[in-house]
Design a protein around this ligand. Structure first.
Ligand SMILES: Nc1ncnc2c1ncn2[C@@H]1O[C@H](COP(=O)(O)OP(=O)(O)OP(=O)(O)O)[C@@H](O)[C@H]1O
Ligand SMILES: [Mg+2]
Length: 479
């Protein structure tokens, strides 16, 4: 072990036990700081304990050397009545924090190997964020961290880092408007679909995504590598679909050409994913299981949100009809999908038109579930719901909101059909089931987090409870 490395040699490829006492010195700070972070999922329930999964010194953390240290930590957080979650932390260490880094302060370590050092959020420090980029540029391992660069990526050095200010559940750093590094906060074993899908799409030549240039994983800790971060090409001068749609609503502008182009882009991504990654066919048993899970979620939501109860019986028909479809021998094609598609997950770029981002799926669902093939209509339903949200964001019952939403939902479906040959509305049972499932999720979310927005999904609930859309194009002749 070198003099400055108190954890372990930085060249070893084995997973040595983390430094003794490290957690002891950090726990009081983290207990205070973690619940205040936007990405911390366990708010509202006290932390009952920590477990150190790994600690890797990317730059020496030592009071004697006077340069900032960089410590990578995977930390298990224990809370009552819940499975522990594993979080990724990048901690900077200095003897004194310069004033510019004051907002990044976590606290002062007392005891353990970091005793006397100031601990802060490393990604706020351009020097440490720059070091992480350097590490991503040069493939290889540092203990349990494995860094990989896509062949031919040619990542330059010295790109100025800045922390993204986007409201997000992970943390991103932008390097010189050339790359964006997303550091996942909640870590699960296995490939994160955000890397898995965007890499598969990029390798298939898709222009509808931000191609990954490098990534890093934790290896030798779980039964399979866990994705920790992805460096992707930054899309400069892009605008997200949610902001663009809101502006169109506010200004009374027609957004249907954009909605149609977004439908085309979505269908192109689906086609590329179906070619690049495994597909499946859902038959009676799986379809019935799918319908039963949706019905269960409805029951749970209706228990929690009284406003949903009067619609429960009618909403259940959406899932009953889906189960009947399976019972009649109808099969449904499934493939890898985006998993959490909405207007905020689409960036309109000057060079590539619409690009889809953030393929990690719904973060609240377990990773194996997010990686399972699903009917692509799941993504379509997400986007259709998003147009409804955009139309009603100012006033859920604004005159004209329903018509705006319907026009743009239709334009999206027409665009999807332009590129895929199939209008999603030609499968009314499937789309109603998925839209209902999504609207039920939204009702629960809004009731818990933004009660003022509850009328938005409730208006969808009323529409969906009334039965399949009478204006939908004719049914598929093959069904
Ligand atoms: N390749 C890119 N080029 C330009 N901007 C990007 C790129 N990727 C992401 N962004 C910006 O960063 C924001 C956050 O990215 P992303 O959605 O991937 O993070 P997230 O942590 O998964 O967010 P969420 O909590 O919404 O799931 C996006 O809304 C977008 O504004
Ligand atoms: Mg996300």
């Amino acid at each position: 072990m070198s003099e400055t490395s108190w954890l372990r040699s930085s060249t070893t490829t084995s997973t040595a036990p983390p430094a003794p006492g490290l957690l002891h010195g950090l726990a009081p700070l983290l207990r205070e700081w973690l619940p205040r972070q936007r990405w911390f999922a366990g708010k509202g329930s006290p932390i009952s304990g920590f477990g150190l999964v790994s600690a890797t010194e990317l730059l020496p953390c030592d009071t004697r050397i006077g340069t900032p240290g960089l410590l990578h930590v995977l930390l298990e957080v224990h809370q009552a009545d819940a499975e522990p979650d594993c979080y990724q932390l990048l901690l900077g260490t200095r003897t004194m924090l310069p004033p510019a880094l004051a907002p990044a302060l976590i606290g002062h370590a007392v005891g353990g190997p970091l005793d006397g050092l100031t601990i802060y959020q490393a990604l706020h420090d351009p020097r440490l964020a720059g070091h992480l980029l350097d590490r991503l540029r040069s493939p290889g391992r540092t203990e349990s961290l494995r860094f990989t660069a896509e062949s031919g990526a040619g990542i330059p050095s010295g790109l100025a880092p800045r922390l993204s200010t986007a409201e997000q559940s992970n943390t991103s750093v932008i390097y010189g408007d050339t790359y964006i590094l997303k550091l996942f906060r909640r870590i699960s074993p296995g490939p994160n679909p955000d890397l898995e899908l965007s890499l598969a799409l990029a390798r298939a030549g898709s222009q509808r995504i931000a191609a990954p240039a490098a990534w890093f994983e934790a290896v030798g800790i779980y039964h399979e590598p866990a994705t920790l971060g992805v460096l992707q090409h930054y899309l400069p001068a892009s605008a997200d679909g949610w902001a663009l749609a809101l502006r169109a609503v506010d200004d009374g502008n027609d957004f249907t050409p954009e909605a149609r182009a977004l439908g085309q882009a979505t269908a192109e991504v689906h086609a590329a994913l179906a070619r690049a990654l495994p597909t499946a066919v859902l038959r009676r048993q799986q379809i019935e299981h799918l319908a039963a899970s949706m019905a269960e979620r409805l029951d749970a939501a209706a228990t929690a949100v009284p406003a949903l109860r009067p619609y429960r019986t009618q909403l259940r028909t959406a899932f009953h009809d889906l189960a009947v479809l399976g019972g009649r021998g109808r099969s449904v094609a499934a493939q890898r999908v985006h998993g959490d598609l909405h207007l905020g997950q689409a960036l309109r770029t000057p060079a590539q038109g619409w690009v889809l981002i953030d393929f990690e799926g719904e973060p609240a669902r377990p990773l194996p579930e997010r990686r399972r093939p699903a009917p692509p209509v799941q993504d379509v339903a997400g986007m259709l719901r998003s147009f409804d949200y955009a139309a009603r964001h100012r006033d859920p019952v604004a005159p004209g909101a329903a018509a705006w939403a319907e026009r743009h939902r239709a334009a999206f479906c027409v665009g999807y059909a332009d590129a895929s040959g199939t209008d999603p509305r030609s499968d009314p049972v499937l789309i109603r089931a998925y839209e209902t499932d999504k609207a039920v999720y939204e009702v629960l979310y809004e009731a818990r987090n933004r009660p003022a927005w509850l009328p938005i999904p409730m208006s969808a609930v009323q529409r969906l409870a009334a039965g399949p859309d009478p204006l939908a194009p004719p049914r598929r002749s093959s069904s």
